[in-house]
Write a protein that binds this ligand. Structure first.
Ligand SMILES: [Zn+2]
Length: 218
């Protein structure tokens, strides 16, 4: 998920503690079949998970993202990361929400959505795989989710508001769902041409991407 523009400048980079060299990965654009693939669960012995996570965080921060899912970097596995910290200054949120978001940086492995409750509310979502398109998406306010963290410790958490929203968007990615799927038939029709342009790389973007209809240079 991508940050709302006014918050760009407030993005906080959390440095990793290790001396490992990280790599910015290309983000797959709308139309890539990997974004729609069925994802596999991760086992504890998944090779070089620590390196992958460092790279995913680096990639997310470089793209000013607030969430990134493994399929977006070409891996159809049940893994995503969330960084809600830029919302600590968002004046549209309640103080409690800002406070909660201010420290929320989390790895979600093999997440299972237990429950979604509460009224649906609209929020203007964007996605790193769908540059330049933002639309109002309706989702329920509160979620209960089960997941493992990077140390394979199991968690069951109930989250609401803006942090739940980011988690719902990223969780959708590991289900092969994109936010544009949730729009009305009319909205879908209106953005059809722009989505087709994205698949061909006809879009301004300030981070590393790979487009399905652009041939790779040898
Ligand atoms: Zn997304």
């Amino acid at each position: 998920m991508r940050l709302v523009p006014p918050l760009f400048s407030r993005l906080i980079c959390i440095k990793n503690n290790s001396n490992r060299k990280t790599m910015i990965l290309p983000i797959l654009a709308y139309g890539d079949t990997i974004l729609r693939k069925k994802t596999k669960s991760l086992s504890k012995d998944y090779p070089k998970l620590d390196v992958l996570l460092d790279n995913m965080f680096e990639t997310m921060y470089a793209a000013k993202g607030i969430g990134l899912a493994a399929p977006q970097v070409g891996l159809p596995v049940r893994l995503f990361i969330v960084n809600a910290t830029p919302f600590e200054d968002d004046e549209d949120l309640t103080e409690a929400e800002r406070e909660f978001a201010s420290t929320f940086v989390q790895v979600f492995i093999n997440a299972k959505m237990v429950e979604e409750t509460g009224d649906e509310w609209a929020f203007n979502e964007g996605c790193l795989s769908i540059p330049d398109i933002r639309e109002e998406v309706f989702r329920q306010r509160t979620i209960t989710i089960e997941y493992y963290d990077e140390k394979f410790v199991k968690h069951k958490e109930t989250i609401d508001g803006i942090v739940a929203r980011i988690v719902q968007h990223e969780f959708d990615h590991i289900q092969g769902i994109l936010f544009t799927d949730k729009l009305s038939a009319l909205k879908k029709r209106l953005i059809k041409g722009r989505l087709a342009d994205i698949t061909k790389g006809k879009v301004e973007v300030d981070y590393k991407m790979r487009f399905p209809k652009v041939k790779k240079k040898c």
